[in-house]
Design a protein around this ligand. Structure first.
Ligand code: TXA
Ligand code: MG
Length: 347
């Protein structure tokens, strides 16, 4: 795509800037904005042409549907047929880092949902996203603001890297709080959900609130050619740095000694917990945060993966495979996909 649009970036946007962004969206333009998960690339969810511009700007396959963002869960009935499970989830977790798949109404044009009869709904808690949605008075379709296949954007700087010249405006709201995209759920019963993508609303939190949760296979496993994930986006290679990411499973000691063996090889780099940084030479390893702080690890993951893209001399990155509990399940899922499911077992 030719880079022709004059992109305006607004740092610390105020009410006037948000009103201007809302007008751009109402007129069919593209605005990137911060949410508490990752930055979104927004367009009117009621405008088929605007939605097509999103696919173009991202270089995204048009069968991969978009999430629609609303100012309030109470507005959802306008755009979708709302099952009682949605209402219960909304009571517990909206606004927040949660997306729920529900049957769509005709007002949502086909390009937004990639032709599916369902639509993904999210009510972001970030104050700038919330105010923008209030001022725009329309639902905003927004995928993550990265170019297709790259790690999602957790800072406005990342959005500039990927979207300068492709969108009308970028609202800079600083670092995103969670750093991984929203949890996606498909209601399958009154208080029963299928987890299509793990995020900061965790399986443990859902269970604590009385929901039965099953995991879609695509969350933890590579699907076969003939299998289709319930969230179409889960089939694409994603979050990928240009270097090959290799995940290491096994005890901490085994993983660290495997890394120490690889230090001598040219072009290698390492993603480590902060406490282990001393085990490897400086300059080749990057901290993902403290081992006990999975929230911080999630917050840093995409920045760390993007940072390696600025170092073309690095062709192989080794990292420890995360556990599968709480928000670590989101890290596990993203890192597995970023690695193209490349896991080495260390003994
Ligand atoms: O945190 C987030 O969810 C961010 C912020 C901007 O809200 N958005 C985001 O959007 O991650 P995106 O487009 O990068 O990921 C949306 C995922 C894709 O895997 C897509 O296939 C799935 O949601 N999805 C969207 N609509 C769906 C539907 N009707 N049925 C099943 N999956 C759907
Ligand atoms: Mg995305």
């Amino acid at each position: 795509m030719a880079e022709t649009i004059d992109t305006r970036i607004v740092h610390h946007p105020g009410e006037q800037d948000l009103a201007c962004a809302a007008r751009i969206l109402q007129k069919g333009g593209l605005v990137a904005f911060p949410t508490e998960t990752v930055y979104g690339l927004g367009a009117s969810a009621l405008d088929a042409e605007a939605a097509k511009k999103i696919y173009q700007a991202k270089g995204r396959p048009s069968d991969n549907p978009l999430i629609i963002h609303l100012a309030s869960a109470a507005d959802a009935w306008r755009y979708a047929k709302i099952p009682s499970c949605f209402e219960k989830l909304a009571e517990c977790f909206m606004p927040g880092p949660l997306t729920v798949i529900v049957p769509k109404k005709d007002i949502i044009p086909d390009p937004v949902t990639g032709g599916l009869s369902t639509v993904a709904i999210r009510v972001p808690a970030h104050p700038l996203a919330h105010r923008l949605l209030q001022l725009a008075e329309i639902p905003i379709a927004a995928p993550s603001a990265n170019r297709s296949g790259r790690p999602s954007c957790t800072t406005a700087g990342h959005v500039m890297e990927d979207m300068n010249g492709r969108v009308d405006m970028i609202l800079d709201g600083g670092d995103c709080q969670f750093g991984v995209e929203s949890t996606i759920l498909l209601p399958v019963g009154n208080r029963e959900v299928k987890l299509l993508r793990p995020g900061a609303v965790t399986v443990e939190m859902l269970k604590e609130n009385g929901f039965d949760v099953s995991l879609d296979k695509a969350v933890t496993q590579r699907l076969q050619e003939n299998e289709h994930p319930l969230a179409p986006g889960m089939k694409y290679r994603h979050y990928a740095p240009q270097a090959q990411l290799i995940l290491l499973s096994g005890s901490q000691e085994a993983v660290v000694s495997y890394m120490q063996e690889k230090v001598g090889e040219a072009g290698t780099a390492f993603i480590l917990f902060e406490e282990l940084l001393d085990c490897l030479p400086q300059g080749r390893s990057v901290s993902l945060g403290k081992q006990s702080d999975a929230k911080e690890q999630a917050h840093r993951l995409f920045s760390v993966l993007r940072m390696f893209d600025a170092h073309p001399e690095i062709d192989t990155i080794y990292a420890q495979l995360p556990p599968k509990d709480d928000i670590s399940l989101a890290l596990y899922n993203r890192m597995l996909k970023a690695s193209g499911y490349t896991v080495v077992s260390c003994v």
